[in-house]
Write a protein that binds this ligand. Structure first.
Ligand SMILES: Cc1ncc(COP(=O)(O)O)c(C=O)c1O
Length: 368
């Protein structure tokens, strides 16, 4: 039988494993930072209407530039952040992973380097590798915040073409201070000029304002967002970025023609019509996230302050063993490989109760 190792795959992909959390069929799944609330019925009906309309012209290619969707996303950003952006400053793709891939194809590539501050979202390094971009792992402090001075030094020394800033950071939940982003941007321009990509996939869950206004007067700063989390639409696959219009022009050099299907555009537009209802779920999830932080701390666990819809907790002598024990209690969380820590996504109040019960049982069974 032929295996991958027998194929002439690129050297940098040899021996690697594909990204992906286990998709196990257990009662309580809190491992992929999904929104636990299904879309409201009213929105489901609206999607059906919009998709039916789109189906009538599926013999034609979709709007290649997704103009209507990009202006609706711009209106959403302007309304929720208070910073006015236009459709020309917004670009959309199939999930923010594709947005990041397009940015790396445009600004990275062979002979170029990207830096991220780890632990962070592992797809930043994986997509870098997939696009032939070198990867440099910058450190974080013990409390998982970015050490601004050390980060500035690393940028000055290594002169990366791309700097990733994930805020709130996955898997730790840590928000990045505005001043840190500004310092990293200045360092990146002095060393580069280089692009700074602020990944705000969890921006709507943060206690702090969006970093979006920082794009003003900073053409090399990009903010990426997604409808997978706050909009409860992970299955839709819709991510987007906001930046200087020149960045939008640049990514068009690498995007596949008609990359965003008419069905995707229609569905995303329907979801944007229901922004207020969906943001109501975000408020509930923020309360649940804060409750998880409180209750896990009350159990004597070490909990990382979170601005996202998930919480990192520990410490465990053997995080893998605790992960397995929670699974035996019917609860799936995520082991992101951060020593001694696990990550739980905020679910419905009932799911979070089940998770907390499981933690109580497991920590009693195997004292840390
Ligand atoms: C920090 C971060 N960025 C981007 C993504 C990708 O999201 P999507 O491709 O679903 O938009 C995720 C998904 O978990 C994430 O955690």
């Amino acid at each position: 039988m032929t295996g991958i190792e027998d194929l002439p795959v690129r050297d940098e992909l040899r021996g690697k494993t594909p990204y992906g959390a286990p998709q196990l069929d257990v009662p309580v799944r809190l491992n992929t930072n999904e929104n636990p609330y299904p879309l409201p019925e009213e929105l489901v009906r609206r999607i059906a209407e919009r998709v039916t309309d789109a189906a009538r012209t599926l013999n034609r290619y979709p709007d290649r530039d997704a103009v209507e969707l990009r202006s609706a996303l711009a209106a959403y950003l302007s309304r929720t952040t208070g910073y006015e952006v236009s459709g020309a400053q917004v670009w959309a793709a199939n999930g923010s992973n594709e947005v990041i891939q397009q940015l790396l194809q445009t600004f990275g590539g062979p002979g170029r380097t990207a830096v991220g501050f780890e632990p962070s979202y592992s797809m930043h390094s994986l997509i870098s590798r997939g696009t032939g971009t070198g990867w440099l792992s910058g450190p974080r402090r013990e409390d998982f915040t970015i050490d601004t001075e050390a980060a500035v030094r690393a940028i000055a020394e290594h002169r990366p073409e791309i700097v990733f800033v994930c805020s709130p950071n996955n898997p730790t939940g840590t928000a990045v201070e505005r001043d840190t982003v500004l310092a990293l941007y200045e360092a990146a321009q002095a060393a580069g000029p280089s692009m700074v990509i602020v990944d705000e996939a969890y921006g709507e869950f943060s206690h702090r304002p969006s970093l979006l206004p920082l794009i003003e007067g900073r053409p090399n700063l990009v903010v990426s967002r997604t409808m997978s989390k706050a909009f409860g639409a992970a299955g839709l696959r819709l991510g987007y970025l906001a930046a200087d219009p020149a960045v939008v022009d640049a990514v068009q050099l690498v995007r596949l023609p008609y990359h965003l299907s008419a069905v995707t555009q229609a569905t995303a537009l329907a979801a944007l019509e229901h922004t207020d209802t969906l943001l109501g779920y975000v408020e509930r999830l923020k309360e649940e996230r804060d409750r998880l932080v409180r209750e896990l701390s009350a159990l004597g666990l070490e909990v990382t302050e979170s601005d996202a819809n998930f919480v990192q907790f520990g410490r465990f002598d053997d995080a893998q063993a605790t992960w397995r024990a929670l699974l035996e209690h019917g609860v799936l969380v995520r082991d992101n490989g951060v020593p001694g820590r696990l990550r739980v996504s905020a679910g419905t109040p009932e799911e979070n109760d089940a998770f907390l019960d499981a933690v109580r049982a497991v920590t009693k069974e195997t004292p840390r």
